[in-house]
Design a protein around this ligand. Structure first.
Ligand SMILES: CC/C=C\CCC/C=C/C(=O)SCCNC(=O)CCNC(=O)[C@H](O)C(C)(C)COP(=O)(O)OP(=O)(O)OC[C@H]1O[C@@H](n2cnc3c(N)ncnc32)[C@H](O)[C@@H]1OP(=O)(O)O
Length: 250
C-alpha cells in the first residue's frame, strides 16, 4: 500500500506452506529488496491458508535423500531466512492465521509482534522427533519467553495451543480468526510511526548478541546439519510424518 508504506506478504506454497527451498529463496530475495526500498516502512506476514496453516515447518522432502550440495543449499537458506528476518531493519508483524509449528514457530519468533488465531498450535517439537532444535531456534525462543519457560518447552518438545502460547509470551495476542489481520495491521501501523532510526537501532541493540553468535557459528552449524541429516534423516522424516498423521503430544 503506497499511502501507508506497509507491504503484506501472503505465504502461499501449497499444500501447507512448508518452508521449501523455493519458498525460502523467494522470500529472502523479497525481504532484501524491501529492506532497500525506502517507500516500504513495514511488513505484515500472513498465510493464504486462512484458518488452517500459517507455516508447517521446514520441508521434509528438502531434508531427505538429497546430495550434500543440495542439503547445504537448503540449510543455508534456512539460516539466511532466520538471519534476514531477525536482523530486519524495519518492523515485521506476523498475522498467524493457522498452525505455526517447528520451523514455522521459529519464523514467527523472528518477527517483532505476533497475533495468532485462537485454537491453533505452535512450538518447537524437535525433541519429539528425537533431535535437537537448531541453536538459533533455541536462542530466539529463549530471547522471547526467557530461559526457564524455554527449558520447560524444549526439553519435551512442547506444542502449545495459541492460548497457552499467549500465557508464556510466545505470541502477543490470541484472538478470533476475524481479528488476526486487523489487530496485526493496527500494531504495525503503530510501529511504523515510531522514529525509524530509533526503532532500528533499538532492535539491533536488543538482538546484537544473538546475531553475533549466529554469524560466528553458522558454518559449523551447516557442517553438523549435513552430517546429522546424512546419518539420521530417515529416522527424523519418519518421526515428522508420524506427527503429521497422529498429531503432537501436548
Ligand atoms: C538431524 C535433523 C536436523 C535438522 C532438523 C531441523 C529442525 C526441523 C525443523 C522443522 O521444521 S521439521 C518439520 C516439522 N514440521 C512438522 O512437524 C509439521 C508437520 N505437519 C503437521 O503437523 C500438520 O501438517 C499441521 C502443520 C499441524 C497441519 O495439519 P493439517 O491437518 O491442517 O494438514 P495436513 O497434516 O493434512 O498437511 C497438509 C499437507 O502438507 C504436508 N506437510 C505438512 N507438513 C509438512 C512438512 N513439514 N514437510 C512436507 N510436507 C508437509 C502433509 O503431508 C499434507 O500433504 P498431503 O495433503 O499430500 O498428504
Amino acid at each position: 500500500d503506497e499511502t501507508s508504506g506497509i507491504t503484506t506478504i501472503t505465504l502461499s506454497s501449497a499444500p501447507a506452506n512448508t518452508l521449501s527451498l523455493e519458498l525460502l529463496t523467494n522470500l529472502i530475495e523479497k525481504l532484501r529488496d524491501i529492506e532497500k526500498d525506502d517507500s516500504v516502512k513495514g511488513v505484515l506476514v500472513t498465510s493464504k491458508y486462512n484458518g488452517e496453516t500459517f507455516i508447517s515447518g521446514l520441508n521434509s522432502y528438502d531434508m531427505h535423500n538429497q546430495t550434500d550440495e543440495r542439503l547445504a543449499k537448503y540449510w543455508t537458506a534456512v539460516q539466511d531466512i532466520h538471519f534476514t528476518m531477525y536482523s530486519f531493519g524495519k518492523p515485521i508483524v506476523a498475522a498467524i492465521n493457522g498452525d505455526a509449528v517447528a520451523g514455522g514457530c521459529a519464523f514467527v519468533l523472528t518477527c517483532d509482534y505476533r497475533v495468532m488465531m485462537k485454537g491453533k498450535r505452535t512450538g518447537l517439537p524437535e525433541a519429539q522427533f528425537g533431535i535437537v532444535a537448531p541453536f538459533f531456534y533455541i536462542d530466539v525462543m529463549k530471547s522471547v519467553i526467557g530461559n526457564r519457560q524455554c527449558e520447560l518447552a524444549l526439553l519435551e518438545g512442547k506444542i502449545f495451543s495459541t492460548e497457552e502460547a499467549a500465557k508464556v509470551g510466545l505470541v502477543d495476542e490470541a484472538v478470533d480468526l476475524n481479528l488476526v489481520l486487523p489487530n496485526a495491521m493496527k500494531k504495525l501501523q503503530h510501529l511504523v510511526k515510531i522514529p525509524q532510526p530509533a526503532f532500528k537501532l533499538t532492535k539491533q541493540t536488543l538482538r546484537q548478541a544473538d546475531i553475533e553468535k549466529f554469524i560466528a557459528n553458522r558454518d559449523q552449524n551447516l557442517k553438523t546439519y549435513i552430517q546429522d541429516l546424512t546419518k539420521h534423516s530417515v529416522y527424523v522424516i519418519i518421526r515428522i510424518f508420524f506427527y503429521i498423521v497422529q498429531g503432537f503430544q501436548n
